[in-house]
Design a protein around this ligand. Structure first.
Ligand SMILES: Nc1ncnc2c1ncn2[C@@H]1O[C@H](COP(=O)(O)OP(=O)(O)OP(=O)(O)O)[C@@H](O)[C@H]1O
Ligand code: SF4
Ligand SMILES: [Mg+2]
Length: 363
């Protein structure tokens, strides 16, 4: 059994006089100790709401409904009372938040916040804790760490606050770390340093890491398994290599096709997925990606696509997936039904998907 098993997680925000938002709609995934699992998708697809639901940190607003299960080491996190949840959060599970300012205490110096974690989790005190706190700030690329330890969060830049938060999460040596866009605000050299630090944590402490990001470069460098989210649902799950080489869900194909490539010819244009998640809200019956999908066929509308388990261990929700390399395309795949301008644009955008993998790279 995995360390964390998320099963059919759903989060709904119902507001009087406004449409109900199904922010997370039946999400399932699992993470083993020492594994890095990615949650990837465009802005608004439910990544942060998923992580906040797992941590029990969604705003307690009227109309909030959370369903499903999130079993961590035998305990369903969604059934815990506030106190037990706080205990498990402090002891076993840590999170790096997308918004660092809201998760640091504004009236306590950074140093005290880091040493408190070291005292609570690793029994370190006094000069030893201070020395380790300075070393951690140094490892996350904060210059002059001894001086910075005495400063308050508002005296640090946004990027430095993010790094201080990462230092605190690493200091806990948690069994599970959920990192929500941990490096988005950072420049590339610091980003590389932070990703190395997180990899060390996974390797040395056996931490299970849930990496939330929209950056496919981060996914390529970090994740063992990737869950692609669209409109609150996991639309494709695969190990990293097969996913990058042979994406099956048209949304995954589009995501990979929209990334700049070093081997692209001069003047070659990027292929963004037309429209956005927000354009298609409220999500249609059937496949939520249908309004943007170049491979849409009649069967895509009506019921949400069932989960298909492929022989190579991957799964996807699509009735007309991109053909697996070496297979003969189905008639539907060669003649997608496109009857609106948005979908026609999608057809062009996904007409040149990721190149077929080189033979020797196949898993
Ligand atoms: N408190 C809330 N009340 C109502 N709707 C919400 C609330 N929080 C989030 N949502 C909605 O839930 C959906 C998913 O939001 P979420 O923050 O999880 O997106 P995300 O994938 O993390 O995006 P980003 O990449 O921009 O961080 C969005 O449509 C958002 O507007
Ligand atoms: S082919 Fe159909 S089911 Fe598959 S992503 Fe496109 S619209 Fe959705
Ligand atoms: Mg987010």
């Amino acid at each position: 059994m995995a360390l964390l098993d998320v099963e059919d997680l759903s989060v709904t925000f119902a507001r009087r006089g406004q449409r109900t938002v199904h922010a997370v709609d039946g999400v399932s995934f699992s993470v083993d100790a020492g594994e890095v699992v990615g949650l990837v998708g465009e802005s608004g697809c439910g990544k942060s709401v998923t992580s906040l639901a797992l941590m029990g940190l969604l705003p307690k607003q009227p109309g909030l409904r959370v369903g499903g299960k999130a079993v961590f080491d035998g305990t369903d996190l969604l059934q815990l009372d506030d106190r037990s949840r706080r205990d498990i959060r402090g002891r076993d599970i840590a999170m790096i938040f997308q918004d660092p300012l809201s998760s640091l205490n504004p009236v306590i110096p950074i140093g005290l916040q880091v040493t408190e974690v070291l005292t609570r989790h690793r029994g370190m005190k006094g000069a030893a804790a201070e020395k380790e706190a300075a070393a951690l700030l140094d490892r996350v690329g904060i210059p002059d760490p001894k001086r910075r330890l005495k400063e308050y969060p508002h005296q640090l830049s946004g990027g430095m606050r993010q790094r201080a938060l990462i230092a605190m999460a690493v200091a806990c040596q948690p069994r599970l770390l959920i990192a929500d866009e941990p490096t988005t605000a950072l420049d590339v050299t610091i980003q590389a340093q932070i990703l190395e630090l997180l990899k060390d944590l996974v390797r040395d402490s056996g931490t299970a890491l849930v990496m939330i990001t929209h950056d496919l470069g981060v996914v390529a460098g970090m994740c063992d398994t990737v869950n692609v989210l669209y409109a609150g649902r996991v639309v494709e799950t695969a190990r990293r290599r097969p996913l990058f080489r042979e994406p099956r869900h048209p949304y995954t194909v589009g995501l990979l096709g929209s990334v700049p490539r070093l081997d692209a010819g001069r003047g070659e244009r990027l292929n963004p997925i037309p429209g956005s998640v927000r354009d298609v809200l409220p999500w249609p019956d059937g496949c939520a990606f249908a309004p943007r999908c170049a491979r849409r066929v009649d069967e895509c509308v009506g019921e949400p696509p069932a989960l298909v388990l492929a022989h190579d261990g991957r799964s996807y929700r699509c009735v007309n997936p991109a053909p697996a390399p070496g297979t003969v395309p189905t008639p539907a795949a060669t003649a997608p039904v496109v009857d609106d301008p948005l979908a026609s644009a999608a057809a062009e955008a996904t007409a040149s998907p990721v190149p077929a993998p080189r033979e020797e790279e196949k898993p």
